[in-house]
Design a binder for this molecule. Structure first.
Ligand SMILES: NC(=O)C1=CN([C@@H]2O[C@H](COP(=O)(O)OP(=O)(O)OC[C@H]3O[C@@H](n4cnc5c(N)ncnc54)[C@H](O)[C@@H]3O)[C@@H](O)[C@H]2O)C=CC1
Ligand SMILES: CC(=O)C(=O)O
Ligand SMILES: [Mg+2]
Length: 580
């Protein structure tokens, strides 16, 4: 292999780098570039004299400038574009800015703004660091992974989408690469995964989005989504190539359509180290919020009745993990499943053979005998209001992408039977939330305990300020990825997902009305480290860890990349950061 422009040397949180190039190239490599922070001595040493304005600005000053520039960018999508440019110019500055203003920048680099950026991908296109794989050229997969210039030990994580179910905005074709890039940013900001050690990948299998197919600017394959055997063979080819080129990398699947999400996870979970964020990451964070809410009510999980509105990728993932946790409370699988009612666009999942429910949904089917006794509006489609009226749920979870579907009538009905209903409108982006926290609190006179998918501002009602928990898988996947990397886990077990949920829940002691059910996004680094330690310990307990855990706290901390300018080793010399 040709000499690489730089090598990250072991130790010092990934911040000792050997530079193998010279001059202006250095400014074009985001991991090496310090822009105006290069001191005069460094500029001489590295051949950068005359390529930068005279005045040196250390990192602190650059942060001030970048933040000022960020604030001046007008709309959220302009802020997104600014940050995208910054990330591609200067890795350290971007991640330092993100870490220092996490709650302000996350909604830009992640949900909700990322949804808009994905929809506008082809118009706003600028080169991105990721891999584009075409179903029409499966023979190129391996070469494309190798074209990243990374070798077997360089990659911890592949973040992969086929873009069929991006957030709640559906099929977005090749633009889905941006969700992988957004997740990558969160992995680094939250858990310190080295940004160089992750590769975003889009599997371009075509799109059924007619607006994209009819858009001259659209950059992906111009044909309908390929399904069936060819699709499965393409995914299998990808997995085989990934195993060959990056044998130690976990494969993170993101935003696949419901069928493929569950099927792919089932196919590969016992074969490779893999994880579906929408199914398992969401499940862990939602379970954590439910555990916090249930214990705030002085109850147990087994005392609850759960209604899942939107029995798709995320909804069924949540139900499956809750069933595992209910079994830990002593219920049988059947008893645990009996506490769930799940709805889809076709209404309540029942054993009605005339309805086309999917296999993974049928695990939660209710018997026709049970519902025959219900008083319902339309027996042909038992909707959410019927379910709530007949079940009196204590927990209502929204993963349907149907904005406003938690109506005032449904919520007041639920709250008429439960002192503190747990109501989680989880759909993203913000515009797709099933209800707003302000409405939920107003309709329940402040009694509802709420968690949302996208961020919402606190709500004040009758003198109480309610912090709204953001039940987003961002509280889980970064720590999970870090725990897997530290332990070099060869599989992601159900136990590791449950451990992640319990780790998040352990960080919340619900003491006063209005408190959030989950730790704040501001605390993401602490949350992720806690999740990582729990996951690594569980990997060891489950016999899937390749690296022994001698001192998990130290091992996790050591592995976390810090956004500071690295020590550059240039030839035989050391180019020290920030000295003039
Ligand atoms: N907060 C978080 O961390 C996460 C939130 N989500 C959100 O959940 C939503 C769904 O995502 P996925 O599960 O990936 O999508 P999906 O397409 O797999 O599932 C959506 C489900 O909603 C059902 N549905 C559609 N209309 C309905 C209606 N009127 N009533 C009841 N059910 C209906 C569909 O039949 C389908 O089963 C999205 O908005 C997504 O952003 C997803 C993953 C993580
Ligand atoms: C958060 C996330 O993964 C989703 O909305 O799909
Ligand atoms: Mg997702």
């Amino acid at each position: 292999m040709a000499e690489r422009p730089y090598d990250v040397l072991p130790g010092d949180h990934g911040n000792r780098i050997r530079v193998n190039t010279h001059g202006s190239y250095i400014l074009r490599i985001p991991r090496l570039n310090r822009g105006t922070a290069f001191t005069h001595a460094e500029r001489v040493e590295l051949g950068l004299e005359g390529l930068l304005p005279e005045r040196v600005t250390p990192l602190e000053g650059q942060l001030h400038r970048a933040y000022t520039r960020f604030l001046r960018a007008g709309s959220p999508i302009e802020k997104f574009a600014y940050l995208q440019g910054l990330r591609d110019r200067n890795t350290v500055l971007f991640y330092r800015l993100l870490s220092e203003h996490l709650d302000e920048l996350m909604p830009i680099v992640y949900t909700p703004t990322i949804g808009e950026a994905i929809q506008e991908f082809s118009l706003w296109y600028q080169q991105v660091n990721g891999v584009f794989l075409s179903i029409d050229a499966p023979e190129r997969i391996e070469a494309s992974l190798r074209a990243t210039g990374k070798s077997a030990d360089d990659v911890d994580l592949l973040i992969v989408t086929d873009s069929e179910g991006i957030l709640g905005i559906g099929d977005q074709g090749v633009g889905g690469i941006l969700i992988c890039i957004g997740k990558k940013s969160v992995y680094t900001a939250a858990a310190g995964l080295d940004p160089d050690r992750m590769v975003p990948v889009v599997l371009d299998v075509g799109t059924n989005n007619l607006s994209l197919l009819n858009d001259d600017l659209y950059l992906g394959l111009r044909h309908a989504r390929v399904r069936g055997e060819r699709y499965d063979a393409f995914v299998a080819d990808f997995v085989a190539a990934a195993q060959k080129v990056f044998p130690h990398a976990m494969v993170h699947w993101e935003d696949f359509g419901a069928d493929n999400a569950h099927r792919i996870l089932e196919t590969y979970r016992d074969e490779i180290c893999t994880f579906n964020d929408d199914v398992q990451g969401t499940a862990a964070v939602v379970a954590a919020a439910i555990m916090a809410g249930v214990s705030a009510n002085g109850e147990r999980l087994r005392d609850q009745r759960f209604v899942i509105s939107g029995a798709g990728t995320a909804g069924i993932g949540v139900a499956d993990l809750l069933v595992d946790l209910l079994r830990q409370e002593g219920l049988s699988e059947e008893q645990a499943r009996g506490l769930f009612w799940a709805t889809t666009s076709r209404g309540l999942v029942t054993d009605d053979p005339t309805k086309r429910f999917r296999d993974f949904q049928r695990r939660y089917e209710r018997s026709s005998v049970e519902v025959a006794a219900w008083d319902v509006e339309d027996p042909g489609r038992i909707g959410l209001s019927d379910v709530v009226a007949n079940v009196h749920p204590t927990v209502l979870i929204g993963t349907s992408g149907q904005p406003g579907s938690f109506t005032e009538a449904i919520v007041t009905d639920m709250a008429a039977h439960v002192e503190h209903p747990l109501i989680f409108p989880l759909s993203n982006p913000t515009t797709l939330a099933e209800a707003t926290p302000a409405h939920l609190l107003e309709w329940t006179q402040g009694r509802a305990r709420i968690a949302t998918g996208s961020p919402f501002a606190p709500v004040t009602l009758d003198g109480v300020t309610y912090d709204v928990a953001q039940a987003n898988n961002a509280l889980v996947f970064p720590g999970l990825g870090l725990g897997v990397a530290v332990s070099r886990a060869t599989r992601v077990t159900d136990g590791m997902i449950a451990a992640a949920a319990q780790a998040v829940a352990s960080l919340v002691q619900y003491r006063k009305e209005g408190q959030s059910l989950l730790p704040s996004v501001r605390d993401l680094r602490r949350v992720s480290a806690t999740v990582a330690i729990a996951v690594a310990r569980q990997a060891e307990a489950d016999g899937v860890a390749e690296t022994p855990l001698t001192d998990p706290v130290e091992q996790v901390f050591d592995r976390m990349w810090q956004p500071v300018y690295p020590e550059l080793l240039y030839g035989k010399r050391r180019v020290a950061p920030e000295q003039d």
